[in-house]
Design a protein around this ligand. Sequence first.
Ligand code: FAD
Length: 565
Amino acid sequence: MIIKPFNQPAPQLGNQYDDDRVLRSYLRRVLPPDVLAAVEPSLREMGELAGGELYQLQLADRLNVPVLTQWDAWGERIDHIEVTAVWKRAERLAAEFGIVGAAYEPDYGRFARPYQFALAYLFHPSTDVYTCPLAMTDGAARTLLLSGNRELIDRAVPRLTSRDPAQFWTSGQWMTESTGGSDVGLSETVAVLDRAENWRLHGRKWFTSATTSQMALTLGRPESNKPGGRGLAMFYLELRDEDGRLNHITINRLKDKLGTRKVPTAELMLDGTPAVPVRELGNGVRNIIPMLHLTRTWNSVMATATMRRGIALARDYARRREAFGAPLSRQPLHIDTLAGLQAETEAAFHLSFYLVELIGRDETGAITSEEADLLRLLTSIAKLTTGRQAVAVASEVLEAHGGAGYIEDTGLPLLMRDSQVMPIWEGTTNVLSLDTLRAIAHDPAGPVALQRKVSAAAQSTTDPALAEAGRVAMEAVSGVLHWLSERADDRSALEAGARRFAMTLGRVLALALLVEQAQWSLDHERDGRARAAAVRFARTPINMSAAAGVSDDVGLANDEPLPVG
Ligand SMILES: Cc1cc2nc3c(=O)[nH]c(=O)nc-3n(C[C@H](O)[C@H](O)[C@H](O)COP(=O)(O)OP(=O)(O)OC[C@H]3O[C@@H](n4cnc5c(N)ncnc54)[C@H](O)[C@@H]3O)c2cc1C
């Protein structure tokens, strides 16, 4: 007798736009109806690709990685990187859908950013982090536009924002050197004027993702400049010359990474690479900040997109998987797990898309001064909050699939690996937390604006459960600001608590935004799901700013003796 063993049906994805209640409800609230009607067909088309063709291609292309060929058969140094099939398809689609370009087209004014990021959010989880070069491309376009350097704007921006795959360029952002990615002031790359008075860069860039891009913005120190961040200048360079050869650049190797394995992250030597100063011959770290603001915004939205993919798979799996006589989706403790994941994901969604909304208003001059104060804080806060959320959610999503979550050819471990980069690149959690403190020291209006936004959301509720969630948010925000004011003169205590402080700001704002959306959804859609997310999220730790025992922590962290008694 042949026994046919049980085969568990795999989790499935549908149209990722149609299935996304949170995205659709948010767009209904934020976009004017005529804008929504105009953009919805392309979002639906992207949702179909993301849940269908691209997802299948991604699963099939699982084992491929980019390949670096340093030499051709005849001994010529070529440093050619062949990217994977998903990346090739993604590059074409990114241009055609205008995933960068849509933000620079005049059609939708301040709503162009929410539209663009909605596209990117749908695209990201099925395209093996092709959003990494797109983020840097968006950042480069914006940075060049703000630089006022007409020549560079005319040359690069039309390509960076093109919808024609044949014209479309992507950009790298080469900052990190082996001396430091956080403390880039230590950078060793020098810029030297050659005999023809052109700048040339010499140095080693230690992490350069998107090495297949056509251009990059990078940092180098003009020869006579002082050490430190101010002595660095921001340079524009093109990777290849007119014959398609790398421009005095060699690729030492591609990094062997835990995740983002389809992203060709390389170590590069610059050996006289021609480069053009974008603005001035100093203040490079300050001048490249617009790029970082956008790449961090992309990071927040992509972290959220990864969470959303995880919960979509886990939810579908829970309906298909039976244990102890019932589907997991009907078992109280599994329901509790999934509900917690959904609440975190919804909170992350509103935090990141609020950031996107404010960027849209800022770029079109529609921002109020209070929103501008909040925006200065928000990029770091959203990035660090959602980065950590993505790692926690991905880990739980794997567990929600049991052993299958740990098996490579289910495609699930990818979620974990690709999430783990979110808190690291574009500024680690600690570094962004310290940035948040610095931003507040420089301009105390930010936390005031954040508190006002939280109160406005809390006070706009008419639903009792949402009013209670709003009260939690108000209490948390005053608690954390009290913590800050109590330590205003204690630098060490402030730094030690910076992560808890910044994370609290992120979580409290996310809760307030969730409350705002939930009230709208009750009123306009007669839908209680966002309310359930807000109530659930309000019960998670929101205020994390409990004081750290600074003196004992030194001994604890470094395993040094501590006094007894
Ligand atoms: C897959 C991948 C791709 C990347 N691509 C790029 C790229 O394209 N371009 C680019 O420029 N960079 C890139 N990076 C580099 C990345 O941005 C840096 O690795 C990151 O900013 C951290 O810098 P670091 O590695 O030097 O770590 P360090 O700065 O050495 O940090 C080590 C640890 O110390 C902590 N820390 C540092 N300073 C402080 C402080 N004052 N107080 C408390 N804690 C502190 C950090 O939070 C971190 O946990 C990439 C990295 C990865 C993993």
